[in-house]
Design a protein around this ligand. Structure first.
Ligand SMILES: [Zn+2]
Length: 503
């Protein structure tokens, strides 16, 4: 993700050699609160982001809500930032998501999610994450299942206990207008509408306002979307458009995204869009989804996508997916998001003079964040630090007059808070982006260009379509450098004040 006027300023500071930018985001704050305080804050943040609309919620069993749970807990994936997101006991392999939408007549959607998962424990019950909506039926392996709800948890009791290691299929049907969720910075997340356009922006914890899911990046899965809409509008989603079949004034769009994807990277957009199919570039099929009145202008704006793919591929290794393109929302949202294979940009960012930098940032996320996804949200710098540093690497490769070292030294004269464990309220502050990029530049200075780019390419190759952690990156860097890189990286992530860049 990148926000206009926040991370974007960082991008511009990098783009213009020596540019001094003293703006410090007001939301930036130093972490360091005791763990118990952080966890309490996380739980409070999650509550604020998940209990907005009245639901058919049952009271929470006290034994379930009274304690925080570990990785084996059915109600959460073990992430202290969002203790109840994700679910223990199973691993989702595939979401088949059928959506019926009827804009502009109604904001309600009807969803039938078919979830194929593998049990990692013997399951007499299991949980899904879903807030709001009215659930009409749940079936497991063809048999009716009972369910109860508390908060954003749906506790499902299948008719038969699911064996350890078994693949099982859950079909959950629900409908309603998705609840309004906001993140820690009061940005609306999840399924939302602007005018008559519906779209999804879920980072970090918004996907469960429209998708019954295991809503945590540690549980990635393939997705198929079947979206039925009035034929006057177009429906887009991640991956490849397999078919668009019209019957009786309605069109069903089937989009298939076979590569594993975190729930926060799922995108659905419904509105007056034109799908612009570009020629295949190398092995990558480029297609964009633009607001119809802007389609021709935006086709020019995104004309360098193939060139960007070439440059980033030369730096990081093969592009990790089959498709790529931009989705532009004709509104002023104030951010762009790296939704997998179809990155979202608002109109203001797409048409800004620094659009190329935003485009490079979101494209770089396809390697860093989307293919290699931070396993826990505290490691968000792995997503944003790499994507931010990629902006400077793009300049280094495409502008002979750009001195990346001078630019990073200029950036390093500013003050950034530690980012090793920023807390759920500070995951998208400038420090995470810019100090993350500086940590990578410091590593590059320390190990040299050859080893640095070997580390980067090995990181994305070994962890492709999977997850990673700070500890795992340090272990890899130390292995390839032939010495312990841990103290250097930890200092750059944790020291307060921030270290100086040294040769
Ligand atoms: Zn980003």
């Amino acid at each position: 993700m990148i926000r206009a006027g926040r991370a974007a300023l960082g991008a511009l500071a990098l783009a213009v050699l020596g540019a001094a930018c003293s703006a410090t985001p007001s939301a930036e704050r130093a972490p360091g609160a005791p763990t118990s305080t952080r966890v309490a804050a996380a739980a409070a943040a999650e509550r604020s982001a998940t209990t907005v609309a009245p639901t058919t919620t049952s009271p929470a069993p006290s034994t379930i809500t009274s304690t925080l749970r570990g990785p084996a807990d059915p109600a959460g994936a073990g992430d202290a930032y969002f203790p109840l997101l994700g679910n223990g006991g199973f691993d989702v392999a595939h979401y088949d998501v059928a959506i019926i939408a009827n804009p502009p007549a109604t904001t309600d959607i009807v969803v039938r999610a078919t979830i194929t998962a593998v049990a990692t424990a013997t399951l007499a019950t299991f949980d899904l994450d879903l807030t709001g909506m009215t659930i009409t039926s749940v079936a497991v392996d063809g048999g009716a299942a009972t369910f109860t709800r508390y908060g954003a948890e749906v506790v499902i009791v299948p008719a038969l206990t699911i064996s350890f290691g078994a693949t099982f299929v859950t079909i959950i049907e629900y409908s309603g207008t998705p609840a309004r969720l906001v993140d820690a910075e009061q940005t609306v997340i999840g399924w939302q509408r602007v005018g008559t356009t519906s779209f999804v922006v879920s980072e970090p914890n918004g996907a469960h306002n429209w998708l019954a899911s295991s809503d945590h990046p540690s549980d990635k899965a393939a997705f198929t979307f079947r979206i039925e809409v009035p034929s006057a509008v177009t429906a887009a989603a991640n991956g490849h458009l397999m078919s668009a079949v019209e019957a009786n004034g309605r069109t069903t769009y089937v989009w298939d995204a076979p590569e594993p994807m975190a729930t926060y990277l799922a995108i659905v957009a419904i509105g007056a869009f034109t799908i612009v199919d570009e020629a295949t570039h190398g092995n990558v099929h480029i297609r964009h989804v633009f607001p119809t009145p802007l389609a021709s202008q935006l086709t020019s704006v995104f004309a360098r996508t193939g060139e960007m793919l070439d440059v980033l591929t030369s730096l990081f290794g093969p592009y990790p997916f089959a498709d790529y393109g931009a989705l532009v929302i004709d509104a002023r949202l104030g951010y762009a998001l790296e939704t997998q294979t179809l990155a979202l940009f608002d109109r203001q960012i797409a048409l800004s003079s620094s659009t190329d930098i935003f485009q490079v940032h979101e494209l770089a996320h396809q390697w860093f964040g989307n293919s290699v996804t931070a396993r826990l949200w505290r490691d968000i710098w792995l997503n944003e630090g790499f994507a931010t540093y990629a902006e400077s690497l793009w300049h280094e490769r495409t502008d002979a007059s750009f001195d990346i070292d001078a630019s990073m030294r200029s950036l390093a004269r500013r003050t950034f808070a530690p980012i090793r464990d920023p807390g759920p309220d500070a995951m998208f502050t400038r420090s995470v982006y810019d100090r993350g990029a500086l940590a990578l530049h410091a590593l590059r200075i320390d190990v040299g260009d050859e080893t640095f780019f070997a580390i980067v390419r090995t990181w994305v190759a070994e962890r492709a379509r999977s997850n990673g952690s700070t500890e795992e990156l340090i272990a890899l860097a130390s292995r390839l450098a032939g010495r312990d890189i841990g103290p250097l990286v930890e200092r750059w992530l944790s020291a307060d004040p921030m270290p100086a860049l040294t040769r």
